[in-house]
Design a protein around this ligand. Structure first.
Ligand code: AKG
Length: 334
């Protein structure tokens, strides 16, 4: 069966994605779509300290490296932060991944997930924009499931970097037909922490253990090896980054190693990322993957991702169909 393909992606873009494991597409989201995401991020951030899923990794990193006290993450309960602290402190090779500064200047590295369940604006962009068509085109997929949204915000003067990592082992999936769409909600450049990608690393044939973002230490026991020390040996790798504006997106392959610097500027760097899986992907309760928020856990290893937790966002049954409106808002997890 053939479907209308996206004209937002060219043959050159597809070649670049296949060769490099990452491609930057300009001007693909409308100002309204970007605004929907900004509003959702604001709602998430307004609940920092009270929601079960929102974290400030800048503050947590400081607590992790401070030997004396326990780790306090408010109402957030997705990660056992004391266990993370113990893991990092027990890793002889771990070191802080922070930008140089004379003192901590009150930065914030906000992280949250799965807002599509309670925010119609996110569903509109994740399900009904040009993004699913683009993702299907890059992956050569017959249909696409939406896996999750994740929010990454770095306030001005945030020292914490995002440790280089590879996404596959964070997810309960088997198969590499998966992309991550990184969506800047502010102009992003090397100074305020635009994403960095190790070009071609999606073809290395290795799966790496998920880390805790604030250190390269694997987050839980994982059968996969620890990610390479890309931060420590930047010159040894072919690292590419893109200066981007709101409306642009950067799309990487699920096996591509990536990370980002802190935000050394006076400007915010808000971003959201969407994860899409193609029809070849199967559910796999991968040891060491990060537990997902709000899922029914009704799939077994080897199942297709067809379930209410992973909406089919491509192809559209007809051009004006709005999948986002077919879902009711659920309550936020508290
Ligand atoms: O925005 C960041 O710093 C990290 C983003 C990321 O790792 C992702 O979108 O997979």
């Amino acid at each position: 069966m053939t479907h209308d393909r996206s004209d937002a992606v060219s043959a050159d873009d597809i070649r670049a994605f296949e060769r490099d494991g990452v491609v930057c597409l300009r001007n693909v989201l409308t100002p309204d779509e970007v605004e929907h995401l900004r509003m959702a991020v604001k709602k998430q951030m307004d609940q920092l300290g009270e929601s079960a899923t929102g974290y400030d990794f800048e503050a947590l990193a400081q607590q992790i490296w401070d030997r004396s006290g326990p780790v306090e993450a408010g109402a957030a309960n997705r990660f056992d932060m004391q266990a993370v602290k113990d893991l990092v402190r027990g890793d002889a090779t771990a070191r802080p991944l922070m930008e140089e500064a004379e003192a901590n200047e009150g930065g914030l590295f906000f992280y949250d997930v799965a807002a599509w369940r309670w925010d119609q604006g996110i569903r509109k962009v994740a399900f009904d924009s040009v993004l699913p068509g683009i993702a299907a085109e890059l992956l050569g997929a017959n249909y696409l499931n939406f896996w999750e949204d994740t929010t990454f915000v770095k306030a001005p003067h945030t020292r914490q970097k995002t440790a280089f990592h590879q996404d596959l082992a964070y997810f309960q999936i088997e198969g590499e037909q998966c992309v991550i769409v990184w969506i800047p909600l502010d102009p992003a450049n090397r100074e305020n922490g635009t994403m960095q990608y190790v070009r071609g690393s999606h073809k290395w044939g290795e799966t790496y253990a998920p880390n805790v973002f604030v250190s390269q230490t694997p987050i839980r026991s994982s059968p996969h090896p620890k990610c390479l020390d890309i931060e420590g040996e930047q010159a040894a790798y072919d690292i590419v980054s893109f200066q981007v504006e709101p409306g642009d997106v950067i799309i990487h392959h699920v096996m591509t190693l990536h990370g980002s610097g802190g935000n050394r500027s006076d400007h915010w760097r808000r971003a959201m990322s969407f994860r899409y899986c193609g029809d070849e992907v199967r559910y796999f309760d991968r040891p060491g993957a990060i537990p997902q928020v709000g899922v029914a856990h009704d799939l077994r290893d080897g199942d297709k991702l067809i379930s209410a937790d992973y909406p089919i966002v491509w192809p559209r049954p007809w051009p004006s169909f709005c999948l986002s409106e077919a879902y009711d808002n659920l309550n936020r997890p508290v």
